[in-house]
Unconditional design. Sequence first.
Length: 469
Amino acid sequence: MDKEKILSAAEGYRKDLSAFLRAMISHPSESCEEKEVVACIKAEMEKLNFDEVEVDGLGNVIGWMGQGDKIIAIDSHIDTVGVGNRDNWTADPYEGWEDDAIIYGRGGSDQEGGMASAVYGAKIMKDLGLIPAGYRIMVVGSVQEEDCDGMCWQYIVNKFFPEKGMKKEQVEFVISTEPTDGGIYRGHRGRMEIRVDVKGVSCHGSAPERGDNAIYKMADILQDVRALNENPADDTVAVKGLVKMLDPKFNPEHYEDARFLGRGTCTTSQIFYTSPSRCAVADSCSISIDRRMTAGETWDSCLQEIRDLPAVKKYGDDVKVSMYMYDRPAWTGTVYETEAYFPTWINKESAAHVQALVDAHHALFGAERLGHSDADPARDAMHLRQRPLTDKWTFSTNGVAIQGRYGIPCVGFGPGAESQAHAPNEITWKDDLVRCAALYAAVPGLYKEENKTADVTQFRAGKTDNDIQ
């Protein structure tokens, strides 16, 4: 590997990387509305002479470099969340702006910046002849991640690959370009979306005792959900907190992995009700729970945990606890129905694909995380980067399907910061874009296939009892 050639090539594309990211940001691309940004990415890949560029039936844009049966994939989700309250933004989130150090706009860190680095990383591979014989590089701009993590890769594995006469076993590993604060990430917690429905009986609001107020019942349940997240795990409380999974007493097989990932969490994210009018007792109330799952927790255990809450038991058959399903049409109109369950995963630090990124980082940049230092804390990257180079995400990624469902080895290194995700005044750093493009270009040549083992997984949560692929 010629370090100086790779670094020089990446630096030579600094302006192109910024221009490409600015172009993507200019196209609003919330989940299921990615058509314009897909066209923008496809045009950029074609301009850079990718060997093949295509858009699959779900709307993922896929560019190919090289020839061979084995695949190294680089994944970037190209949908974004909305902007929320526009008053919280100091500038137009889609027009954006840039200076010497940063790029401003929705999607810069989460995570169209990763798409820019991936496309130009593959270009550098082709320019410098860095694609190993027998390999193809697959650069994926994936859709609907913000709505349903990993569903895009469920479609790729179960629909796109068979249509192309390919199998998931051909994928040696996938690099996720989600923001990693300058680190190399080998796993993260899983999550699931839980719904709780409570039945009541309506009556005239002037005599509420004649009815059965579903909102009041839900109020009791909400307190227990909050306690589940906030309580300790000792005998002083009726509802033992989720922190219990860090204790070998409660999680003897997986507490060490749980300590690496961090404890599970739950929070009420939505609330709904029905009532005949504003002067009537509510006859139903429902909530959504965002449940983050650490090692040792399963989809079934998380549902049962809610069913076992004292307030849920108190109201018996009037309460239903279930998991959401996802069936929202893609921008192409295609529907891929799946469950809102996203498995936890960790890869071994010694795994060949993880070590390929570590070796590339050491060769190009050294053993410490790098980033832009700035006296302005809003522009500074380094206050979040004084951590081990190899670590894990706090949020979840398409890795929930890539590694969690299918066991395809996955590892992360991406421009930007997790703290910028979903936040107003989102920024990313130009140095990160260049650095990531260089590392992606170097990785294939440093991947030691002979060091690959049969199982790279340190922890992987099980699937549900549904037959969904």
